[in-house]
Design a protein around this ligand. Structure first.
Ligand SMILES: [Zn+2]
Length: 351
């Protein structure tokens, strides 16, 4: 069995439609009511959107039910599915914890509750029967005020047992007016030794070179090879890894065909820029990580060698994978060095 690493998965978009539907039916009939049956809900939940903005609206539906009380329910099912169906050995989950706090509270009280949410998510991710190495990336949000985003950075730095890095989300075309703020927040994060990624160069409006020097990885970044290939040598030199999430670009209308990713991969490989393949919102898309791999192969977007390189990149660029090699290397070591008694013999195979 291959074991994989997932670097870009949103907690909000990680709930598969069947799990969400069951939750609505049992606990929030008001949210299930507009739909005649499950197929109608699935069609609504998974259908492509006109734009990234419209697509991100769906996150608010899930965020509204991912509360302090319900997060363990959803996370248990996320970990179980990732272990059983996706062969994940490692997963970074990202979300904006402030948006899971009670909106009845003041901003200060919500900031206080944010650390509690991080703790709840961290505890719920440790599922004995489905062992996956997990960590959290806390997302600052383009629509949240500076004070809240700064508090998110500080909480990330204060909770290394649960958090491995920070991100900025909410639509990369919204950063412009507040670019000084975001540069300041990333510089602050780096001063606290936090690892960094950022939703950037996802759409054509998301070209913000000011943020690039502060990042270890780039969330999406597909517009760099597509529209700004002159930036690739600097990205390679900074050893920044692109987190490419193929299904997303079709669901947001950013790309019309998966074939358009071929030039993205080819230009990155040619320039020596590492790429990891990720799901972004596996639940919302109803597409799991191995299926992302298989689609890229069967559609001739990448070769097997490129796929293997991307899978290894995911472990190499993981913020919290505790080893300096991926699971395949560990298994090879076991096969090479295990005492003969542990190796299967012809006789044991025959029985
Ligand atoms: Zn994302």
């Amino acid at each position: 069995m291959s074991l994989y690493a997932e670097l870009h998965r949103h907690l909000g978009g990680s709930v598969v439609p069947r799990i969400l539907w069951r939750y609505f039916k049992r606990n929030r009939p008001d949210l299930a009511k507009p739909f005649a049956d499950y197929p109608q809900f699935e069609e609504f939940y998974c259908r492509p959107r006109e734009s990234l903005a419209e697509y991100l609206e769906l996150h608010t539906l899930v965020e509204s039910v991912q509360t302090r009380e319900t997060l363990p329910y959803f996370i248990y099912r996320l970990i179980r599915g990732a272990y059983v169906f996706e062969n994940l050995a490692y997963m970074e989950m990202r979300y904006t914890p402030y948006l899971r706090t009670s909106d009845q509270l003041s901003q200060t009280e919500r900031i206080d509750q944010t650390a509690e949410i991080v703790e709840i998510v961290g505890q719920a991710s440790q599922v004995k029967e489905y062992p996956i190495v997990t960590s959290q990336i806390l997302c600052m949000h383009a629509r949240l005020p500076y004070e809240v985003n700064r508090a998110i950075v500080e909480i990330a730095a204060q909770m290394p047992e649960y958090v491995c890095g920070i991100d900025l989300a909410g639509g990369d075309d919204l950063y412009c007016d507040r670019m000084d703020e975001f540069v300041d927040l990333y510089a602050y994060a780096r001063s606290l030794n936090l690892k960094t990624t950022c939703h950037l160069y996802e759409t054509e409006g998301g070209a913000h070179p000011e943020l690039l020097p502060y990042l270890m990885r780039i969330g999406h970044g597909i517009q760099i090879p597509l529209q700004h290939p002159e930036l690739l040598p600097a990205v390679a030199q900074r050893r920044q890894c692109l987190e490419i999430c193929p299904t997303t670009y079709l669901k947001t209308g950013t790309l019309q065909s998966i074939q358009q990713l071929q030039v993205v991969f080819d230009r990155c490989f040619d320039a020596g820029v590492d790429v990891a393949i990720c799901t972004d919102n596996a639940g919302l898309h109803n597409v799991r990580l191995p299926f992302e791999y298989e689609t890229l192969l069967t559609q001739d977007v990448i070769s097997f060698d490129q796929l293997r390189a991307c899978q290894e990149n995911a472990f190499r660029h993981a913020f919290a994978w505790p080893l300096n090699q991926g699971p395949a290397a560990i298994l090879n070591d076991v096969l090479n060095w295990a005492p003969a008694a542990l190796k299967p013999t012809r006789a044991t195979v025959a029985t």
